[in-house]
Structure formats: C-alpha cells, structure tokens
Design a protein around this ligand. Structure first.
Ligand SMILES: [Zn+2]
Length: 155
C-alpha cells in the first residue's frame, strides 16, 4: 500500500491509499478518486509534507463517505462553551427547518428542481442527497444549503 497526498482544483488536500502508484494513476484517470470535501474528480498529487512518508502502515483506508472536521482538546473551557453554543444553534436550525420545511428524503434533488422550475408548489424542503447532486443543483443555480444536521434517529 502507498499513501499519496492529493489535492483538488479548490486546493482541498487529503490523503488516500492505493495498492500501487499504477493503481493511483488508473483510478485517477477513470475518475474513481474524488475530493472528499467537494467531490471534484480533478485530482492531482500535492507535494508531500516531509514527515508524511514516515507514517506506519496501520492507517486504515479512507472511507468513501465525506470526512467531517473533528478535533480533540482537553481542558479548554471556552472551547467547550463554544461547542455547546454551536450545538444549540444547530438544534435551533434543525427545529426551524423541521418546522418550516417539508421533509422529502432522498427525493430532495428532484423536488428542488421541480420547485426551481416552477413545476410544483414553492416551498422550503429538506432531505438527503449526494455531494455530486448538490454540486449539480448549485451549478443549475438552485439554492441549496448543506445542513450540519443529523436527522434525529428517534424521530
Ligand atoms: Zn475539493
């Protein structure tokens, strides 16, 4: 296995593991490698950070779904407070969306298009779609906003 530092045209950097250098070339050319942040498949190698190559080989392969930013800190009270505020804002945002928008599940992209092109009642909707569809919708000039909200599992 070999790890490459890759980047997309938007300068998002990420690491990916490949069986070999040839496998990287092949997957890149066939569009199988996509930026985990924006879904772009125009991927090229980023210059290696000097200390990256020294990593062990115990790192698991990146998962196919979108990585979220995470951090770990200890004892930073202000940070913990802000995290609480962010959580509260996200809760309010979710409540507002759930109250004012129709949940359309995985029909989101279809519904958003119908609304945009006036084929159905104009209203707020929310649901799930892929990053690829989200990008396509944005390119069509449709207002979509990724929500930092997990559907309640107990809903
Ligand atoms: Zn990107």
């Amino acid at each position: 296995m070999i790890v490459f530092d890759l980047k997309c045209p938007h300068d998002h950097r990420f690491e990916a593991w490949f069986r070999s250098s040839a496998a990287y070339e092949e997957q890149c050319v066939s569009g199988a490698v996509e930026c985990p942040y924006c879904g772009s498949i125009e991927i090229s190698k980023a210059p290696m950070a000097p200390n990256v190559a020294a990593k062990g080989n115990t790192k698991p392969e990146p998962r196919r779904d979108t990585p979220k930013s995470v951090m770990h800190s200890t004892g930073d009270a202000r940070l913990a407070e802000m995290a609480g505020e962010v959580q509260a804002i996200m809760e309010r945002m979710r409540a507002h969306v759930e109250e004012n928008c129709d949940y359309v599940g995985n029909r989101f992209a279809d519904e958003a298009r119908k609304i945009h092109y006036g084929e159905t009642e104009e209203r707020g909707i929310y649901g799930e779609t892929t990053s690829e569809e989200t990008r396509a919708l944005m390119e069509e000039g449709i207002d979509v906003l990724p929500l930092p909200i997990a559907r309640r599992t107990n809903a």
